[in-house]
Design a protein around this ligand. Structure first.
Ligand SMILES: Nc1ncnc2c1ncn2[C@@H]1O[C@H](COP(=O)(O)OP(=O)(O)OP(=O)(O)O)[C@@H](O)[C@H]1O
Length: 230
């Protein structure tokens, strides 16, 4: 079966879905099945946290949501997405940025936003010092670069933001600050999918918690008595 990559030109899929997978499989070149998802619908504005042991398929799930797979792997099934733009927040913020292009100028060029919009996005992530805007990302601390990567995802306005272990390179204090930022600056209509090993991330962010085990996806129900986050 060949992959079906249907994309609406704009807006959402039916029922406010941002992305939808049916019978999705990712296989290695030798035919080994690495990821198998019967059905997954992610709605606009959801904060989805994905946990699971090492090698369980978390990064491949992000690849599948992004519609871009590592060379040598084969996707089959149906993937429907309402977006063409995608925001990504990697483990190290620096990896989302050009290391040598001054931060403010880079964010303007990459996103096409006005200088004042870049200044306010950086202020929203706590990077208010004009000197930081003039610095090259290679000259930022790990926490500052991660905040800059969040600002970039916000400025792109991408309907789906994928974050792969976004806090694992940070100490606990910096992690908590970045988690607060996710909550406060990622737009309400922006869907966030975060892969993490850290239970604190799921606790702080998730409106929905998925887990992977040997490439098979399961939903972790909200604990009884827990109020679903809006
Ligand atoms: N390009 C590839 N070719 C062959 N196998 C691959 C490839 N990429 C991933 N795999 C295999 O697919 C499975 C899932 O990998 P994936 O990277 O998604 O795991 P993960 O849950 O993100 O792991 P970790 O938490 O260690 O990052 C693993 O068994 C891995 O070895």
């Amino acid at each position: 079966m060949s992959p079906s990559l249907t994309r609406a030109s704009s807006g959402l899929l039916e029922d406010g879905r941002c992305i939808s997978l049916r019978g999705a499989r990712v296989c290695a070149g030798d035919g080994r099945r690495l990821l198998s998802i019967e059905e997954l619908d992610v709605a606009a504005g959801e904060r989805v946290v994905v946990t699971g042991p090492s090698g369980s398929g978390k990064s491949l799930l992000l690849s599948t949501l992004a519609g871009r797979w590592p060379a040598g792997l084969r996707f089959t099934g149906e993937r429907r997405a309402s977006f063409t733009r995608l925001g990504t927040i990697p483990q190290r913020g620096l990896d989302a940025l050009h290391p040598l292009s001054p931060l403010g100028r880079q964010l303007r060029k990459v996103t096409g936003r006005r200088p004042d919009e870049v200044v306010s996005a950086l202020a929203a992530v706590g990077l208010t010092d004009p000197d930081l805007r003039r610095r090259r990302p290679a000259e930022l601390s790990g926490g500052q670069a991660q905040r800059a990567a969040v600002a970039l995802a916000v400025l792109t306005g991408a309907p789906l933001v994928l974050a792969d272990e976004p806090t694992s390179a940070l100490d606990h204090e910096a992690r908590d600050r970045v988690l607060e930022l996710f909550d406060s600056v990622i737009g309400e209509q922006q869907t966030l999918v975060v892969v993490t090993h850290d239970p604190a991330v799921a606790e702080a962010l998730a409106t929905r918690h998925l887990t992977l085990e040997a490439g098979v996806l399961a939903e972790i129900p909200a604990r009884s008595g827990e109020v679903a986050r809006p």
